[in-house]
Design a protein around this ligand. Structure first.
Ligand code: UP5
Ligand code: MG
Length: 194
């Protein structure tokens, strides 16, 4: 018999909402593959030197704006093709808006579940500031952070509504402690996916 296709879980939320943190926990708990789309783009930039297209994308991301949709989807597709037979795949930080959600469904598939990490602006800022001190991603500067927050605010409501209408999204209060958030995610996933 052919294997069923892997379960696809999208993890969405503002910058600093804990997408990476919670996605990794999901991947570990359920033995799923993990893809961070931001990381995918940053790695590509790092490994592609003196290429006009990717230097431009590097600039876009450093200012906190979104990379071109088709480029992002192409990268996701390529990454998905490298993944062997998996039970599930957690995709962190994609789609960023409704247009991207439509393209994802068109070109890849309809997700099985969307996890939305709802976080107050104050918390998002605090966490990004703290991480900037520890690691310092190129887009963790003040200006880019503001841009990321604004873009997120603009796109989040229609995006959440889009997945809500499809009955695919679950919202979690992500202002809380990492473990508390994950406990609720785990309960929801056990219930919805298995
Ligand atoms: N932390 C996490 N959870 C916590 C909790 N519950 N309590 C206290 N602290 C908590 O967490 C952020 C920090 O907070 C960490 O220090 C963590 O320990 C702590 P993290 O899990 O890293 O949050 P995350 O939501 O992943 O934050 P991130 O900054 O990665 O979100 P962004 O959405 O900004 O980053 P991403 O990598 O997804 O995208 C970066 C850029 O890439 C975008 O701005 C865009 O330019 C580009 N991009 C696209 O163009 N298209 C895409 O599809 C994707 C990305
Ligand atoms: Mg992240």
């Amino acid at each position: 018999p052919t294997r069923p296709r892997p379960k696809i879980i999208l993890v969405l939320g503002g910058p600093g909402s804990g997408k990476g943190t919670q996605s990794l926990k999901i991947a570990e708990r359920y033995g799923f593959e993990y893809i961070s789309v931001g990381e995918l783009l940053r790695k590509k930039i790092h490994n592609t030197s003196s290429n006009r297209k990717w230097s431009l994308i590097a600039k876009i991301i450093t200012t906190g704006e979104l990379a071109p949709q088709e480029t992002t989807i192409t990268e996701i597709k390529q990454r998905l093709m490298q993944i062997p037979d998996e039970e599930g795949i957690v995709i962190d930080g994609f789609p960023r808006d409704v247009a991207q959600a439509l393209s994802f469904e068109d070109q890849i598939c309809t997700p099985d579940l969307v996890v939305f990490l709802a976080c107050s602006n104050q918390r998002l800022k605090e966490r990004l500031l703290k991480r900037a001190e520890q690691q310092g991603r190129p887009d963790d500067n003040l200006k880019a952070t503001q841009r990321r927050l604004i873009n997120f605010k603009q796109n989040a409501v229609p995006l959440v509504k889009y997945f809500q209408e499809k009955g695919l999204i679950i919202t979690f209060d992500a202002d809380r402690d990492e473990e508390e958030v994950f406990y609720d995610i785990r309960m929801a996933l056990d219930n919805k996916l298995f």
